[in-house]
Design a protein around this ligand. Structure first.
Ligand code: SF4
Length: 489
């Protein structure tokens, strides 16, 4: 039996277990029965129910054992338990009580027992299928990753338990935030931002008489950053409690769910030692499993393979076994071997049609740090049809940054610093992404000196537009990639 993601299911595969669905009240209904041979209609039924994958009887790949993966049943169970705690807290007018404490303690024990059976971290342990459950899935994922990371850091069993408690309760304060603010698609500012930033302190207030000081400090400091750029207190380095430093890495990594594994890993690598504790982030990156053993992956040469073993020195380049055209197992390949240096895992089976500007999808990539969402374009990302890019961040620029415009073929910021190199570097990295995923279309943000496709600012910083295209758009078009303006999409 092995777990196959829904987008890798093929007619003829046989279900190894009953497939059940849970409604929001956690009532179970049987969708498909064990032993059923899948056809196209059953596969589409599975996909239309947003099920991340199913267990399949698989004779061919039987020797590649599914390891380091927490069972789907356990994940459903823990999701129910965490929802119970948070819903009860909300129902009881934001008053934490002994019953919730006991539920959290039991859940922490349960997760520690299951998680420490493996010595490796997992990538996206729970798939984000359901927006309604997003917060709870996020909490469970952060808890599992934190326990694994704490275990790798060899903290004592007592402290591991306290860390798990901090992870389970870290977002409790978000229930104090009005729904209008939580669900607001636009950028938050002023008082709204202030309210969101109060969530660690509100959680601490709620549970302060029930948990240890370590748990409280972990909750309070999970948004602090070692360079002092975090909140609520702007603490630096080891002023931040160990749990806060651990939770920060796991929380951010889970929040990068819409990026590809490569992008998420790259982000953490870049921020290691700047925003995140260098040692903790290093251990996280060494232990994270991007491609779990037994999972199918697509390669950039068009072939499909099964992951056999992870390489601790490079989580993006495991040992794989190529699948022959008849689906039998073929050659085993270690992607770290020099002769395979051009072979890459394109993705875990996604089929991207577009690259899209990240700033159109609610990502904080714009020069001014503002956040916008184009629902249609973000929808493409949510459906796995598009991959987000931000050429300026890929080129090494930061958020916030001074605005740039193109002037006489150079890209300069408002203080006349030449940033052309960053823009060109970002454009080539974006082209690389497009090539890697064989993407032929891009939907990019109009007017930007990187992404504009019809107009750009004229270089005078007076908000005057002229006909023209950004640096990335130009490079993509030169490489026969169609660039569509977000205004026309
Ligand atoms: Fe990044 Fe392009 Fe958006 Fe600018 S317009 S923030 S480069 S994605």
């Amino acid at each position: 039996m092995k777990f196959i993601s829904s987008d890798n299911l093929k007619p003829g595969m046989v279900l190894a277990m009953d497939l059940v669905l849970y409604n929001k009240y956690n009532f179970k209904t049987l969708l498909l029965r064990e032993g059923l041979e899948l056809n196209r209609s059953y596969i589409s039924k599975i996909c239309s129910n947003n099920i991340s994958g199913v267990y399949i009887k698989n004779e061919e790949a039987i020797n590649i054992l599914k390891k380091n993966i927490i069972s789907e049943e356990l994940l459903v169970d823990v999701l129910t338990k965490i929802k119970d705690i948070y819903y009860n807290y909300k129902l009881k007018n934001l008053v934490f009580d002994r019953r919730m404490l006991s539920q959290a303690l039991n859940l922490a024990d349960y997760l520690i027992e299951e998680t420490t059976l493996t010595n490796a971290l997992l990538y996206r342990v729970l798939e984000y299928n359901n927006n309604e459950d997003y917060m709870f899935q996020h909490i469970i994922n952060v808890a599992i990753l934190s326990i694994s990371l704490g275990d790798s850091l060899e903290i004592s069993p007592y402290m591991l338990h306290e860390l798990a408690m901090a992870a389970l309760l870290h977002d409790m304060g978000l229930l104090h935030v009005p729904v209008e603010i939580m669900e607001k698609p636009d950028s938050l500012a002023g008082d709204e931002l202030k309210i969101i930033r109060e969530h660690p302190a509100n959680a601490v207030k709620a549970v302060s008489s029930f948990v240890s000081n370590d748990v409280l400090m972990g909750i309070l400091s999970h948004h602090e950053r070692i360079d002092g750029s975090g909140y609520p207190y702007g603490l630096k380095g080891e002023q931040i409690h160990l749990f806060g430093r651990i939770l920060a890495v796991c929380d951010v990594y889970q929040s990068l769910k819409k990026w590809t594994p490569q992008q998420a890993i790259q982000y953490l690598s870049e921020k290691k030692g700047i925003e995140f504790d260098a040692d903790i982030a290093e251990i996280f990156l060494k232990n994270i499993i991007v491609y779990p053993e037994g999972h199918y992956v697509k390669l950039n040469n068009g072939k499909t393979a099964i992951v056999v073993k992870n390489n601790p020195d490079d989580c993006l380049r495991p040992v794989i076994q190529i699948l022959n055209p008849d689906d039998s197992l073929g050659e085993e390949v270690n992607l770290l071997d020099i002769e395979y240096k051009n072979v890459e895992i394109a993705d875990k089976g996604h089929n991207f049609e577009y690259i899209v500007s990240a700033c159109l999808c609610g990502e904080k990539t714009r020069y001014d740090g503002k956040v916008f969402v184009n629902d249609k374009i973000k929808g493409l990302v949510d459906q796995g049809k598009a991959i987000m890019v931000c050429p300026e961040l890929a080129g090494g620029l930061k958020v916030p940054r001074l605005p740039c415009e193109i002037n006489n073929g150079r890209v300069v910021n408002i203080t006349a610093d030449d940033k052309t190199e960053n823009f060109v570097d970002g454009a080539f990295k974006t082209l690389e992404t497009a090539k890697k995923y064989e993407i032929k279309k891009a939907v990019l943000k109009e007017k930007s000196p990187s992404c504009g496709s019809k107009y750009i600012y004229d270089g005078t910083f007076t908000k005057s537009l002229i006909q023209g295209q950004g640096i990335t758009t130009r490079l993509l078009r030169l490489n026969n990639i169609e660039v569509i303006s977000d205004e026309d999409f």
